[in-house]
Design a protein around this ligand. Sequence first.
Ligand SMILES: Nc1ncnc2c1ncn2[C@@H]1O[C@H](COP(=O)(O)OP(=O)(O)OP(=O)(O)O)[C@@H](O)[C@H]1O
Length: 256
Amino acid sequence: MSGAPLLEVSGLCMRFGGLLAVNEVALRVEEGQIVSLIGPNGAGKTTVFNCLTGFYKPSAGSIRFRGEEVSGLPGFKLARKGMVRTFQHVRLFKQMSVVENLLVAQHQHLNTNMLAGLFKTLNYRRAEREAMERAAWWLHRLGLTDVANRTAGTLAYGQQRRLEIARCMVTRPTLLMLDEPAAGLNPKETADLQELIAELRDEQGLSILLIEHDMKLVMGISDHVVVINQGCPLADGTPEEVRRHPDVIKAYLGET
Ligand SMILES: Nc1ncnc2c1ncn2[C@@H]1O[C@H](COP(=O)(O)OP(=O)(O)OP(=O)(O)O)[C@@H](O)[C@H]1O
């Protein structure tokens, strides 16, 4: 290991016309850590994610992944480097089957070209077989094998959420970014999700950056919590430190 954090963000700013939606946000994720980004509604969390994952080009700031500056790179390049995300609202290929969703996700990672595909070279067939095996492995791991051939849009909401995570995992990420993964889940599904996130970290050596409103989940799972409010950094520390921070209490109570 180089000693650099896996992800190091500093001075991140994102301006939409006259609105400074993200103002000098900093955060870091060390390898194997679960870090949560929290804040009241409209605080700028998703905008930070959109900057980190190439959906927006930040107005200012630095985003370093494994020590390399990646700010402004498009999402597919970031995904190839190992940074992948889910979305606040489920975004699956709803007309495709569950397993097809996992195969499409791997396609951009397959080390093959069009000619190889046309002539079905040995390499191409091996890559296809491996993609299928990986899809099957993750379907099993996330309890989706029974619905592998169902159209993704017909799955129960909790299953769609798990499929989104599977779709990230088949690309073998280093950093998984989850945008409100518990939104719309019932308490049992949320508890299962919490267990799953911890297991992914432990089994796959994954690092996780989480945006989440469910404080029980955040406080129960995070190594580190970063709080932003109205686009600006507010607090940063262990769950315990953040929970007691007077500015955090004020920001959350002031919201209601
Ligand atoms: N594409 C955009 N154009 C203009 N303003 C935007 C855009 N995206 C976000 N904003 C604004 O930036 C601010 C931060 O929004 P953002 O969605 O990042 O907050 P959030 O913390 O993720 O909120 P929530 O918890 O409600 O999802 C809001 O004022 C929002 O209206």
